[in-house]
Ligand binder design. Structure first.
Ligand code: ZN
Ligand code: ZN
Length: 387
């Protein structure tokens, strides 16, 4: 600890001389003896009065001072921030004095206010939050399926808003497939729902000048009249025999897209299990569409799994790259499907993969709308739609 009395027998000029000679690198033991100072040589600098910063404290206008450093510290280019001789202010960004702490709190609050304003502007420019006049029978089946799935996944937060789909025990739709975005886009285009500007942190993200948003974490404003009542009416309509005319055909289209998404998700699982990358998207979608003409999702799973094994074997034999092997999978699967058609192979199919359970869209489509349960998984959607 600095001892003010230790150097008080030295007048200001002599003291400055001692300080200058200390920092000039003179022998400290000799200096202690010459100036009649008693302390450990390594502690001499601690007893020097602080240097003057030459400016005043911005908080209280008293002079700022700069605490001394040892000459070793000076050689190591250490610096000591200026601090106020009267208040607790220290000239660092992390100063904990009351004024700086309050200023930082204000800056954080101002940043949060600006962020909220930017999010509100982003939302109102992008979506209408006006109440919509619509009845359940005016919805397409695709929108109705998407809406029921969203409400069941997100759950009611209050009677006009629904929570985030990422918090659902059951995933909204097969993972990593486009169908989730497509179905939620249908609801946004109808202006049936809109993301709430006060959704959880991280929903709206700013990158440079671009503002983006995450569908999974958004909370949703329900913009149709009496939302809980509307959903009850919609469920009654779905359960009735008086469906709007286009609904059945619409449901089969959603079935086909859902089946394709489930195959995509399973292909991703199969290639990951064999340390292969995903095949090219265009080729894979074309393959899946071809398979679903005659095969159920269950049978497609088996064909894809076997073809992933073929690709791995081929790679081991021919020493080809993983990308080449992933593309080989497409051809192998197509050949398997073609042969099974011409030679009438019995493809028993797989059960659902426990890592990829049924999605909410699958439950709503196959249980609530089509009411045939897992027939949707064990039969071809295209063969069915032709009936
Ligand atoms: Zn001050
Ligand atoms: Zn401060």
């Amino acid at each position: 600890m600095p001892n003010q009395q230790l150097l008080e027998h030295l007048d200001a000029k002599v003291l400055q001389g001692l300080i200058d000679r200390y920092y000039a690198g003179e022998n400290v033991v000799a200096l202690l003896k010459e100036f009649d100072v008693t302390c450990r040589p390594g502690d001499l600098w601690r007893h020097f009065p602080p240097d003057e910063a030459g400016r005043d404290c911005p908080m209280c206008s008293e002079p700022l001072i700069v605490p001394r450093l040892s000459r070793t510290g000076m050689r190591g280019k250490m610096t000591s921030p200026a601090r106020c001789s009267a208040c607790l202010h220290v000239e660092t960004p992390r100063c904990t004095c009351a004024t700086c702490s309050a200023a930082r709190r204000l800056a954080v609050q101002e940043k949060e206010r600006q962020d909220r304003e930017a999010i509100a502007n982003f939302c109102t420019c992008r979506w209408s939050y006006a109440p919509l006049k619509i009845t359940p029978d005016q919805l397409s089946a695709e929108a109705a399926i998407a809406l029921l799935s969203l409400v069941r996944c997100g759950g009611w937060l209050d009677d006009s808003s629904v929570g985030a789909i990422r918090n659902s025990v059951i995933s909204f739709a097969p993972q990593d497939a486009e169908i989730q975005r497509q179905l939620l886009d249908v609801l946004l285009e109808y202006c049936l729902v809109a993301p709430l500007p006060n959704s959880p942190a991280g929903t709206f993200v700013t990158t440079g000048d671009d503002q983006g948003w995450q569908m999974e974490s958004a909370h949703w404003a329900m913009l149709f009249p009496d939302p809980p009542g509307f959903i009850r009416q919609l469920e009654c309509l779905v359960a009735s025999s008086s469906w709007p005319e286009a609904w059945l055909a619409d449901c089969h289209l959603v079935w086909k897209r859902l089946a394709a998404a489930e195959c995509w998700e399973f292909c991703k699982y199969s290639v990951q299990k064999r340390d292969l990358p995903m095949p090219g998207a265009i080729a894979l979608y074309a393959l899946i569409e071809n398979l679903l003409r005659d095969f159920s999702v269950s049978q497609c799973y088996q064909l894809i799994w076997a073809s992933a094994a073929d690709a791995t074997d081929y790679r081991a034999r021919k020493r080809i790259s993983v990308h080449h092997a992933a593309n080989f999978l497409i051809g192998a699967c197509q050949r398997r499907a073609d042969r099974s058609r011409t030679e009438h192979w019995l493809i028993k199919g797989f059960h659902r993969n426990f890592q990829h359970g049924r999605s909410q869209v699958s439950h709503v489509l196959h249980e609530v709308f089509l009411r045939h349960g897992e027939i949707g998984f064990y039969t071809s959607p295209i063969a069915n739609s032709a009936c």
